[in-house]
Design a protein around this ligand. Structure first.
Ligand code: UDP
Ligand code: MG
Length: 314
């Protein structure tokens, strides 16, 4: 394939200590990609600072197959950054993002291509079953996706990872989002365009073990929540308004009691004032939170909008 022509398909794979999977992954990808070979394909393997033989395997593949692109990060930057590196360095008109451990079947590409031919920009894999994963992982993921969906400003599909086929224009749009805290699956939802789910059963890992520790999962979940919702910041405001309201009812009751019966219950009055001051403080925190929310939005420097179409462009 010539240097200039963009291949039809790029497959982007973040790899961290995946020496046991890379060989089989390559074989299955090559078999899957065969039918598109005439239009050009490339496999972009990003080594995210592995400390096993992942890079040796990638270099060997690059030597034997010129359409394998090997990228090696200087250290372990994490899944989302490795993924971003792959996306920035691929050229395909369509880009498939897939994990190295074969939990996502490469063969699903065919169905994804068919859906994209029908006019979709993003075809994302929707896990209807997760095999070989612990109860804790499945339960926490289940709860997280539902919670995130409730809070998020854009609908982020539930039970969906980064396994997806994206059109060139969505990849280019994604590249315009320079945020450092990255939650790719949410960012792609934010882009809009036409997106559709493809159901699949997630297999157990082919080799090795998951690199997502509880800590890494929490980090990703926090990235998802804080990048796509400012609702938690507003919580303080609602709490403050609630407390102030309760204190208002108590103080009004005390005042009425005093006016009608001449009784003054100082203890209850003190509770009322205490709640009032607490309420005011929470409201002020909520106001500060709203400003922080705006700062958060501004610092992401996301494009203000993306165009789907532009007719009669001059
Ligand atoms: N990965 C990565 N850097 C990391 C951790 C993971 O590039 O720091 C890659 C990993 O090799 C795999 C994908 O990201 O291709 C998903 O990771 P993993 O399978 O460990 O996550 P899980 O499927 O358990 O959520
Ligand atoms: Mg995995």
């Amino acid at each position: 394939m010539s240097q200039q022509a963009a291949p039809l398909i790029s497959v982007v794979v973040p790899c961290y200590n995946e020496e046991g999977s890379i060989g089989t992954l390559y074989q299955r990808l090559r078999e899957t990609l065969q039918r598109y070979d005439v239009q050009g394909t490339e496999i972009v393997l990003v080594d995210d600072g592995s400390n096993d033989n992942t890079w040796q395997s990638i270099s060997a593949l690059c030597n034997k197959d010129k359409d394998v692109i090997g990228l090696r990060l200087s250290r372990n930057f994490g899944h989302q950054v490795a993924l971003t590196c792959g996306i920035e360095n691929c050229r395909g008109q369509r880009v498939l993002i897939i994990d190295a451990d074969l939990q996502d079947p490469p063969e699903l590409l065919h169905d994804m291509m068919t859906k994209m031919d029908a006019g979709y920009d993003v075809v994302y894999g929707h896990r209807i079953e997760r095999k070989g994963e612990s109860f804790f992982k499945r339960a926490s993921a289940w709860a997280f996706y539902r919670f995130l969906n409730k809070l998020s400003e854009v609908p982020i599909p539930k039970d969906v990872g980064d396994f997806r086929l994206m059109s060139r224009r969505t990849v280019d749009a994604l590249k315009q989002m320079p945020e450092r805290v990255r939650f790719t699956r949410g960012m792609v939802s934010w882009l809009g365009f036409r997106q559709v789910a493809l159901d699949y059963i997630r297999s157990p890992r082919f080799a090795g073990k998951s690199h997502y520790s509880v800590h890494a999962m929490l980090k990703l979940a926090t990235a998802g929540l804080t990048s796509f919702s400012t609702q938690p910041l507003r919580f303080a405001l609602w709490l403050g308004i609630g407390l102030t309201f309760i204190s208002g009812v108590i103080l009004f009751g005390i005042l009425l009691d005093w006016l009608l019966t001449g009784r003054d219950d100082m203890f209850v009055a003190m509770i009322g004032f205490f709640l009032l001051f607490q309420g005011i403080q929470w409201i002020i925190l909520g106001i500060i939170g709203s400003y922080i929310g705006i700062i958060l939005r501004e610092t992401k420097i996301r494009p203000l909008y993306l165009l789907d179409d532009h007719l009669n462009k001059k």
